[in-house]
Design a protein around this ligand. Structure first.
Ligand code: SF4
Length: 381
């Protein structure tokens, strides 16, 4: 059977405490009926919000619907003030449903910005194991300057609402991360950081907590030292636990009102990894625990073509901006053969709707992804 990596459902197993209930949907409906809440929206936006609300109604009645609020979105909604909930619904619908229906409007639903392509780990399933990529002297390696980061934030503010600070490297390698977070504070509905947690310290924990980051994801794939260190090569299990515990302690001591969501997320790579072990071990430290499916990121350019011809949904979901400004449609293509341009030279919508991007989407839609490298050997749909 052809293996496919369904990007939309990449959580294989998860343990999130909250569930969607009728009170939340009623609250959303009340907001929609309030003139003051909706006057800022265009007709286009209201139409999408209405469709999302109607689908949520169906979700409560256990009817089939395009869109539903999943536990992770619900947790994010609970971090927002009331006057941002309808905005969130609009952007979440774009994030969840546009890639399904292959709809493109002016801006990507999500942008991933890479503070650094350098990583201190060499995880077995990661492209960092490709020495031509991760060698210190490789042109792919570097960290983003603070001024350039600010330029990017100015370009995307009020246009893109979901931002993740992470892509190919470890974000905490960038010494300016604190100032970057301070510049991004309260500019987006969701600001997420993915980190291996090895470089957390008191200073950067305060930076993260004081600047209203919405979600922090600690990447860890096991509940015991041997397995963790086998997968997360160069990682030290005790250090990671100590750092995640420090994060929790500082949050509880100084930021009790801070609504940040904490998650331990692992890549399900080997049969030795058991979700119940993960859940039992990590639930003391974080709000959410999850396993995502393994995708062979580590050898994107060496695999044989696979005959998958379903379009890759990421072409309608997110866009990546790397430390040097290169814009890429994904990080499976970590050496940027699909390069779309440099963000220094364009506005966001000029790249998102560029001829090059549209041609790539067109090839995927017309079942011609086999003509494109590395899409021809990639499993993402
Ligand atoms: S390589 Fe192609 S198919 Fe794979 S994630 Fe990137 S754009 Fe999608």
């Amino acid at each position: 059977m052809k293996k496919v990596y369904k990007k939309k459902d990449s959580f294989l197993e998860k343990s999130f405490l909250n569930t969607v209930d009728s009170h939340l949907i009623k609250k959303i409906q009340d907001l929609r009926s309030n003139e003051n809440q909706i006057k800022k929206f265009s007709n286009y936006e209201l139409k999408i919000i209405d469709k999302a609300i109607s689908d949520c109604d169906d979700q409560l009645l256990n009817k089939k619907s395009d869109f539903n609020i999943k536990n992770n979105s619900l947790a994010e909604i609970q971090t927002l003030p009331e006057n941002k909930i309808l905005d969130y619904l609009f952007h979440r619908y774009r994030y969840e449903i546009f890639p399904d229906k292959k709809i493109t409007d002016n801006y990507p639903p999500l942008i991933q910005i890479e503070p650094s392509s350098v990583c201190n780990y060499r995880c077995v399933f990661c492209f960092m194991t490709d020495k031509k990529f991760s060698d210190k002297k490789s042109s792919h390696m570097g960290t983003m300057s603070l001024d350039f980061y600010k330029e990017i934030i100015d370009k995307i503010e009020d246009k893109v609402q979901f931002v993740t600070l992470a892509s190919r490297g470890e974000p905490l390698v960038n010494k300016n991360l604190g100032q970057m977070l301070s510049y991004s504070k309260d500019k987006f509905l969701s600001l997420k950081i993915n980190t291996n947690a090895s470089l957390l310290n008191e200073t950067n924990i305060h930076d993260i907590l004081s600047n209203n980051v919405s979600t922090i994801v600690f990447s860890a794939d096991a509940a015991d030292k041997n397995l963790y260190e086998k997968l997360r090569v160069r990682g030290k299990f005790e250090k990671v636990i100590k750092n995640i515990k420090l994060f929790k302690d500082i949050k509880e001591k100084h930021y009790r009102e801070q609504k940040i969501i904490t998650r331990v997320s692992g890549v399900k790579f080997s049969k030795d990894q058991k979700f119940t072990d993960m859940d039992n071990f990590w639930k003391e430290y974080v709000d959410q625990i999850a396993f995502v499916d393994y995708n062979p990121w580590e050898n994107s350019y060496e695999k044989a073509p696979n005959n998958i011809n379903e379009a890759c949904s990421d072409l309608w979901r997110r866009m990546f901006v790397w430390w040097d400004g290169k814009v890429n449609p994904c990080d499976v293509d970590y050496k940027s053969e699909l390069l779309l341009g440099n963000i220094r030279d364009y506005k966001i919508n000029e790249i998102w709707r560029s001829k090059k991007y549209e041609l790539l989407r067109f090839k995927h839609l017309n079942k011609n992804r086999q003509q494109v490298k590395p899409c021809a050997s990639c499993y993402v749909t």
